[in-house]
Design a protein around this ligand. Structure first.
Ligand code: ATP
Ligand code: MG
Length: 373
């Protein structure tokens, strides 16, 4: 077991002008499950491949424990990698596939068999050891690929989208298995995915990359509650956080009829930069839908809050996501609200919503950085 450190690690591909990975700085703890996530082309696989030794490092360093591995060949790094396509040998049995690396390393047959059987037990593959990969389901093949990594007892597991060949349901169950297996084995793991739900559910911490630049590395909870910038705010969470540009006013930020409190210094910093607006973020579940007098005709006042015209309601069973539009600053904006699945509004209906106090996020429009606490 070991820590893993990316120390300003940079990769510039030959002929490239800007780095694919730009001064990546992450200190991964011993036994931690770290997920690298971000859109296609942001540098996830490149980061992992640099750690694996499959890609040159053009600046900075990579350490496993206190060993500087920056220029070591892959075989000397004590890592095991699980790829998207499991790359099992079709002519070998499951047992031979799992034990292959040990065989190459010259481990004796009896020891290989013992390790393979142990791994098979952990992965629930014992009854398949004599089968060929083609006689297995996708999920079972995926577990064989995991088994191949486990038998090597490496210091670090590296996984690059290992679930992307599985169907939606199997992905969900397999991601739980991998996460619990990793916790049981306690082996430091770096896991790459473009799926933010996978990242949030599996990782002890999540690192978000964009254009080769690390945006934030944090626990899933903090990432969700305090996204460091507009990019992370929009990327983490499904449906995405509502992000709406509004004018800066005295005492806070006005969002419809409600004022979202923002640290004065932060607002001043934004207006000092010449910004006339900030971007307010509210998650779909952080709106309260106002009801009009509960049908008893007692309400004399028009409901407070922002009028939202309902366009579409997506019901997932437990939730109902209401997709609507609002008028703000003379413009029409889309808004998504998590509503009550037992009282779904009709298309064309107008709801009045209020962002819940203390749940708003405020970002500088120009730089995207978080202004609110
Ligand atoms: N061998 C290569 N030569 C030149 N450029 C490359 C090479 N491999 C990747 N790149 C570029 O480096 C950037 C990062 O690629 P990388 O494969 O790390 O992205 P990724 O985050 O893994 O994306 P995806 O989610 O699509 O797998 C991209 O702009 C890509 O085009
Ligand atoms: Mg990739």
């Amino acid at each position: 077991m070991a820590t893993v450190t990316f120390d300003k690690a940079t990769r510039i591909y030959p002929g490239g002008t800007k780095p694919a990975v730009d001064q990546l700085d992450i200190a991964i703890e011993d036994g931690e499950f770290l997920v690298l996530v971000g859109p296609s082309g942001c540098g996830k696989s490149t980061s992992l491949r640099m750690l694996a030794g499959l890609e040159d490092v053009n600046g900075g360093a990579i350490r496993i424990g206190d060993r500087d591995v920056t220029h070591l060949p892959p075989k000397d790094r004590d890592i095991a990698m699980v790829f998207q396509n499991y790359a099992l040998y079709p002519h070998m049995t499951v047992a031979d596939n799992m034990g292959f690396a040990l065989k190459i390393a010259g481990v004796n047959k009896a020891d290989i068999r013992k390790k393979v059987e142990e791994a098979a037990k952990i992965l629930d593959l014992s009854e398949y050891l004599d089968r060929k990969p083609k006689a297995l389901s996708g999920g079972q093949r995926q577990r064989v690929a995991m088994g191949r990594a486990i038998v090597r007892e490496p210091q670090v597991f590296l996984m690059d989208e290992p679930l992307s060949n599985l169907d939606a349901k199997l992905r969900v169950s397999t991601r739980t298995q991998i996460a619990s297996l990793q916790r049981r084995l306690g082996i430091t793991t770096v896991y790459v995915t473009h799926d933010q739900v996978e990242a949030m559910t599996m990782g002890d911490r999540v690192a978000v990359l964009k254009d080769g630049l690390l945006q934030q590395v944090d626990s899933p909870r903090n990432m969700y509650d305090k996204p460091a910038n507009l990019f992370v705010a929009g990327f983490i969470g499904s449906p995405a956080m509502n992000l709406i540009e509004v004018p800066i006013t005295d005492g806070g930020v006005k969002f419809g009829n409600s004022v979202v409190p923002v640290n004065r210094e932060a607002l001043k910093a934004a207006s000092d930069k010449g910004d006339k607006t900030v971007t307010v973020g509210v998650r779909p579940e952080h709106f309260d839908v106002q009801t009009e007098g509960s049908g008893a005709g007692l309400s004399k006042d028009a409901p407070a809050g922002l009028p939202v015209t309902v366009n579409v309601v997506e019901e997932t069973g437990a939730d109902a996501f209401i997709f609507g539009t609002i008028e703000i600053g003379g413009e029409t904006k889309d808004l998504v609200i998590r509503g009550n699945s037992r009282a779904v509004p009709a298309k064309g209906e107008v709801l009045h919503v209020v962002p819940r106090a203390g749940e708003g996020h405020v970002f500088a429009t120009s730089t995207g950085e978080r202004l609110s606490d």
